[in-house]
Ligand binder design. Structure first.
Ligand SMILES: NC(=O)c1ccc[n+]([C@@H]2O[C@H](COP(=O)([O-])OP(=O)(O)OC[C@H]3O[C@@H](n4cnc5c(N)ncnc54)[C@H](O)[C@@H]3O)[C@@H](O)[C@H]2O)c1
Length: 366
């Protein structure tokens, strides 16, 4: 996949990573529409990029403005091959000291804005014969690294992970999806304007400035983002240490399962009763990813659409082998006799504000 003569839209493109992605796209031959809430810096960015770049004001937390952005892409570029849902904001402070206004702002831009951008452009791309590619900017905080002092930001980036995964699962053949998860990048994130009613962000401390300065350059991050897209990667990552955080989280989850709900023969069938019965789509599994999975788990069953990419699964398999099926099944039976809401049931214990469930045929025989 290359970018020559392609049409691209980038949100949050007036500065930092978004601006660098727009410049890199143009350098690789694409025509780019830059979107942001900062018209002065948008104009500067477009002037610096030169031919093939244009801009439009767009607050991604306003769905109507994102729809207007898509209409502009249709008019000016004749469609859109790559949409980068990149706009994002952060605010620092302990979770217990956040105000509801701050929470709404961060979730409005980082989650709702990312959802709007991905949704509006996915619809447009689905109707194009050539399809398209959506890139959502998550973070290493999407993968397991907790940002102490930025709980809502961390939560928002987990939500972006969820959006990307589900969009990929639901996408038709002509739509592909990537999740860009950079580590620290030297940008002005956190020092931009804040909505009316919110106190100005405190000036960055010397320590904070030094940390930010140690980040990867926005230009390097942008190159990696585009290389990842060109290679058909879903997870596009930049900093090796982020993997340690993901592993640490997985090992903790793995330990919890080993102690409380160890694997037993047939567990998968029981588990499916609580899902929708359909296996995950196997879309977008580039051959190189399959190779990576085989390298990590050479002897295990090859299940790239489930857990196989997560290092440490062998522990779970060991625990499955050691588990005594009888005890687990007895526990499952005891639990299932307790009255509780089952998403597949039509009983009156279903929450009253939800539509009645349609009767479903459960896979696996019972
Ligand atoms: N800098 C990092 O270390 C880092 C690491 C991981 C992920 N990220 C993510 O990368 C993305 C870009 O951040 P950055 O580091 O380049 O910061 P940045 O502040 O330089 O760029 C963010 C841009 O988004 C724009 N923006 C803010 N609210 C908007 C809105 N409502 N609608 C449209 N645009 C809006 C800002 O004006 C700004 O130009 C963000 O999603 C951020 O969470 C950054």
């Amino acid at each position: 996949m290359d970018f020559a003569d392609k049409r691209a839209v980038v949100t949050g493109a007036a500065s930092g990573i978004g601006r660098a992605i727009a410049a890199e796209l143009a350098a690789r031959g694409a025509r780019v529409l830059l979107a942001d809430i900062d018209s002065v810096r948008l104009e500067e960015a477009v002037a610096a990029i030169g031919a093939g770049a244009s801009w439009q004001l767009c607050d991604v937390s306003d769905h109507a403005q994102v729809e207007a952005l898509a209409a502009t892409a249709s008019e000016r570029l004749g469609g859109c091959d790559f949409a980068f849902a990149n706009a994002g904001v952060i605010t620092s402070g302990r979770m217990t000291r956040m105000s509801p206004t701050e929470v709404d702002w961060i979730l409005g831009v980082n989650v709702r804005g990312t959802w709007s951008t991905a949704t509006v452009f996915a619809r447009m791309m689905q109707d194009q014969t050539e399809g398209g590619h959506i890139v959502l900017t998550g973070s290493e905080h999407s993968l397991g690294l907790q940002h102490a002092g930025a709980a809502i930001y961390t939560a928002s980036k987990h939500a972006v992970l969820g959006l990307a995964e589900v969009l990929r699962a639901e996408a038709p053949e002509n739509l592909s999806v990537s999740l860009f998860c950079p580590g620290l990048v030297g940008t002005a994130l956190g020092s931009g304007p804040r909505p009316e009613g919110l106190a100005a962000s405190p000036p960055q401390s010397e320590a904070g400035r030094m940390i930010q300065a140690r980040g990867m350059s926005a230009e390097e991050a942008a190159r990696r983002a585009l290389d990842g897209v060109a290679a058909g990667e879903f997870y596009i990552v930049t900093h090796p240490h982020s993997l340690r955080a993901a592993e640490q989280r997985f090992h903790e989850i793995e330990g919890a399962f080993a102690r409380q709900a160890p694997w037993f023969e047939g567990a998968e069938k029981v588990g499916r009763q609580f899902g929708d019965g359909r296996s995950h789509r196997r879309a977008q599994k580039p051959p190189e990813l399959e190779e990576t999975n085989r390298a990590i788990h050479p002897s295990g069953p090859h299940r790239p659409d489930r857990f196989a990419v997560v290092p440490g699964l062998h522990e779970l398999r060991r625990c499955r082998a050691a588990a005594t099926p009888g005890s687990c099944l007895k526990r499952t039976a005891a639990r299932s006799s307790a009255p509780r809401w089952n998403p597949g049931s039509t009983s009156s214990t279903r929450p009253t504000n939800m539509p009645a469930a349609r009767p479903r045929r459960l896979p696996g025989g019972h």
